[in-house]
Design a protein around this ligand. Sequence first.
Ligand code: ADP
Ligand code: MG
Length: 262
Amino acid sequence: MVRIIAVANQKGGVGKTTTSINLAASLAAARRRVLLIDLDPQGNATMGSGADKYDLEHSACDVLMKRTTAADTIMKMEAVGYSLMPANSDLTVAEVNLMTALRREYRLQEALAGVQEDYDFIIIDCPPALNMLTVNALVAAHGVIIPMQCEYYALEGLSALVQTIDSIRESVNHELQIHGLLRTMFDPRNNLSTEVSEQLTQHFGERVYRTVIPRNIRLAEAPSHGLPVILYDKSSRGALAYLALAGEILRREGRATTPENV
Ligand code: ADP
Ligand code: MG
């Protein structure tokens, strides 16, 4: 059974795209069949996976506008080990046009129905907004990964995101869960980071991943080479952290499907 995971946080620069790319690559390295969907008009997940956002035959925009199928849009990215539904600034047009479309929040879910059984994991990189693109991702998903930087304002936006997730669960997608909160760009020498991190664990308990992603320059360098960090510098702290996150997620998923829990 496929697991569809949206990586969401309406704040920009918290590590959504870095997490999407590197989790996709780490799950692929663990021999899972992975599709990464770029749902951000910035196209950073597309470029970071080695595709050229300025030269796409089809993109996520066409899929949401029903001009093409998911199958015709997905690119097999042999070098990185996962498949990619790419995006570029055209997605902004889709976002606007969807506002008046029928069943506008189901477009991604409906498009994935034809391809999802080809994958073990589908990871969706969301834009930095609680807009119709993010709503499409949350309607299609089983779980949400919320990356966050442990800084003073980090908790502020969190309640709006949690409320959005709750209302989508109550209305259209009863399966939707917060899969986990991920501490990114972590610096243990920073007292505030440690403090915010503790607040987070107090409030969200088990839902905070044990794995912490450290601030690591290799993670910032890898996208300009169109590579996930495990292919750019596999012994870097960033690479080890994302491999550990993939391991933690696979263990959680394994526990969720053991007989006593079904
Ligand atoms: P978002 O998708 O949430 O906007 P990004 O993943 O694009 O965030 O990250 C924002 C910036 O921070 C990017 O330049 C990225 O390379 C860098 N970055 C992300 N995670 C790390 C990290 N753990 N260590 C160092 N730099 C990071
Ligand atoms: Mg991003």
